[in-house]
Each structure stands twice: as structure tokens, then as C-alpha cells.
Design a protein around this ligand. Sequence first.
Ligand code: ADP
Length: 162
Amino acid sequence: MKKVLYPGSFDPITKGHMNIVEQASELFDEVVIAVLQNKSKNVGFFTLEERLEIVKELYKERDNIKVVLGGGAAADLALLHGCKSIIRGIRGISDYEHEVELTMANREISNGEVNTILLFADKEYQFISSSMVKEVFDLEKDISRYVDPLVNEKMLMKRMGN
Ligand code: ADP
């Protein structure tokens, strides 16, 4: 069985991420989504626990999609979950350099055991990013084009203090 790890902060998970998950699920028998702690440069919206819960809820009916809590090097996490590949998405040139660095680091950490596959979201989801969603949301504008209705609802609830 071929399994692949899709690591990310998913703060929040967007339709861009979800499009990548769908593509990965057609290429692999199982996709393991690993929800990671935010990188320090990102301002967090949801806590790690909230993000994990949301992603689990979104994929609860899908037998070939598992959601786990991540941490440490993606290559170690991949091997821990029986994955020899990692999926990452690329939006444009700005993502490229960072993803090449991560690919090489993960290859080295795993002594060549874990490789990375880069995917591109479909045109309508190509430029959606979590930070753009948060900015539009902060302006109190509609984000339903960018996120699943469940995510939209959870963001509104969080704004209201629930
Ligand atoms: P990280 O903080 O690890 O970059 P993100 O949650 O921001 O985590 O993203 C996880 C992965 O999904 C990254 O490889 C990112 O480039 C990719 N990604 C995010 N949005 C899109 C999109 N709209 N199209 C393609 N890839 C995307």
C-alpha cells in the first residue's frame, strides 16, 4: 500500500489545500495529513488542537485520508507513519525556493528514503493561501470562496468568542 504524508500548518485549511489532498488521494492509496505547529513568522488564528479537530472533521467519512498531529522533521514523521513520500504544494515562484530546501533537507535527514512530490492546485485554487484568508476575514469580507463551509463557520464562531 502506497502512503503519502501531507504536512502543513493548515491555519486554516483552504480549498487550495483540499484540492491538493484530492489530487494526492488519486495518486496514493492513503494520504496522511499532518497538522503542524505554526511557524513563528505566522500569526496563529486557530490553536493546534482546533486545526487538528477541523481537519479531522472534514475528512471523517474518507477511509483513505488520515489526519494526525505532526511535529519534528517531516521526513521522520513520514517514516513514522509508513510513508516514503511527502506531498507539498506550490503556488508560484515564491514557494519554489523554500520547497526545494525542504525537499533536500528531508531527503538528507532520511538518508534518501523519503522523497517529495510537488503538486499544483487547479487554476481556481492556485493562489489561495491561509494568510490571505485570514486577512480577508479580518476585513470582515466573505471567505466562502476560499474555505469549506465548516471552516467558515468555525472562524465566525471563533470571532464571536466561542
Ligand atoms: P506550511 O506552513 O508548512 O507552509 P501551509 O499550511 O501553509 O503549511 O501549507 C502546506 C502546504 O500546502 C505547502 O506546501 C503549501 O505550499 C501548500 N499550499 C497551500 N496553499 C496552496 C495552494 N493554494 N495551492 C497549492 N499548494 C498550496
